[in-house]
Write a protein that binds this ligand. Structure first.
Ligand code: SF4
Ligand code: SF4
Length: 425
């Protein structure tokens, strides 16, 4: 796709500014009524969804030019999709997130590159992960677990861990617990081990669509070679890449894809994960953007968008929201107290779209906003289902001296299942 293919979307914007807010019938307080982290942080129209579309149309029509300053604005955005969801409440014919992604592709094409993103892309090409860590260490998290290596033996379920989980040692206990929960429930599970590579979602979002296509092709061939008939991932970014970005590129993994929260819900429902233990806590749940509104299946529509049926619109409603809540509700004595902005109207954690790499202060500010919203519920802990969200929230808690605990969904399930924590130091 190209920016020019979204000219009608950009031209259709009526400047109503609804994309700057949670839809009005969802607003519960002024404090948590905003939807766009970039606009809230930088307080200038150009940072909003509508402002970005004005810039895109202006450049397309030759009324302005792509510059370093414009590129900085384009990339100071988490690609969280909140503006798109709000716009869709009022409009049928605008695909805002698509415009935002094509703006980034235009930056790459036009040579307006962000230095920190170039480092990420180089790291990926060199070591197959966004951190530039040695590819040979990708499976170190699984030492001693006895998981099948699908490079050597086949497994029905391929557990795809993603870059963040694979290399962030602080998150390894949750990942190891996820693997052990699958093993304990009799799932024929394996990992690709050192052969696992990045899903390519991050480079796609940074605008390097050609490189993303290469990563997708590589991933597809690895899944095929593994013989697995299902991919389970605990990373919401990978989930969104498989569900949305791959089909957007005209590609398919060719097998069913489930997020770990969905798979756990299924196994709990089948009685294959038993949760005898009580976890007496009050928690609030953060919906990761890429598991929710950005993780919706891709549904193509090439006709007149005003004639597009409701079920083919990217409204955010088909994201994964119920599964993690169902898992939480299966844990005795655990109380879920919701924040004001939830499900498709959720506020971003701050880490997405390459913001954590290039604009860490903005990322941390966004996380702090969410933590204030979580604290307002009176919860003891914020629980979520994405390693990127866990990472940025834990860092923000430390940076801002907050007291709320940050937990991965799997950690609570493991505790309720009576699984002991693991020391990975
Ligand atoms: S909600 Fe949609 S139509 Fe309204 S200003 Fe935002 S992008 Fe434009
Ligand atoms: S994707 Fe998120 S951060 Fe970017 S403009 Fe839309 S609401 Fe703002």
């Amino acid at each position: 796709m190209t920016l020019a293919e979204y000219e009608a979307d950009m031209a259709a914007c009526s400047r109503c500014s609804s994309c700057k807010w949670v839809p009005f019938n969802q607003i519960k307080s002024w404090r948590f009524a905003r939807s766009c982290p970039a606009l809230a942080r930088f307080s200038f129209h150009a940072y909003s969804g509508t402002g970005r579309m004005s810039m895109g149309l202006s450049m397309l029509k030759g009324r302005s030019e792509l510059s370093e300053e414009v590129a900085e604005i384009i990339y100071r955005c988490q690609l969280c999709g909140a503006c798109d969801v709000s716009c869709k409440v009022y409009r049928d014919d605008i695909d805002l997130s698509e415009v935002l992604m094509e703006l980034r592709a235009s930056c790459v094409e036009g040579g307006q590159l962000i230095a920190d993103h170039m480092l990420t892309v180089d790291a990926l090409k060199r070591e197959n992960n966004v951190f530039g860590e040695p590819r040979s260490a990708r499976a170190a998290w699984a030492d001693g677990l006895g998981l099948k290596d699908t490079g050597r033996e086949s497994a029905k379920v391929l557990l795809h861990t993603g870059c963040r989980y694979s290399y962030d040692t602080d998150l390894w206990p949750a990942l190891r617990q996820a693997a052990r929960l699958l093993q304990g429930s009799g799932v024929d599970v394996g990992i690709a081990g050192v052969q696992e590579a990045c899903c390519g979602g991050r480079v796609y979002e940074l605008g390097y669509q050609g490189d993303a296509a290469n990563f997708a092709d590589d991933m597809i061939s690895r899944v095929k070679a593994s013989g697995a008939d299902m991919v389970v991932t605990a990373c919401s970014d990978c989930f969104a890449a498989f569900h949305y970005l791959y089909p957007r590129m005209g590609k398919s993994l060719g097998v069913e894809v489930m997020h770990m929260s969905e798979f756990m819900q299924k196994l709990i429902g089948q009685g294959r994960i038993d949760l005898p233990g009580a976890v007496p806590m009050r928690v609030t749940y953060h919906d990761p953007c890429h598991l929710g509104r950005m993780g919706e299946p891709y549904l193509a529509w090439n006709g007149d968008k005003l004639k597009r049926p409701q079920y083919l619109k990217r409204t955010g409603r088909r994201g994964v929201y119920d599964a993690p809540r169902a898992v939480l509700s299966a844990i005795s004595e655990l109380e879920l107290t919701e924040m004001e902005r939830i499900r498709e109207y959720s506020w971003c954690c701050g880490a997405g779209g390459g913001v954590l790499d290039a604009f860490p202060e903005f990322a941390s500010w966004t996380a702090r906003e969410r933590l204030d919203e979580a604290a307002a519920t009176g919860a003891d802990a914020l629980v979520t289902a994405c390693p990127w969200c866990v990472r940025i929230f834990r860092d923000a808690v430390e940076e801002h001296g907050l007291s709320i605990r940050i937990l991965e969904l799997t950690e609570l399930v493991a505790q309720a299942a009576g699984m002991e924590g693991e020391d990975v130091t």
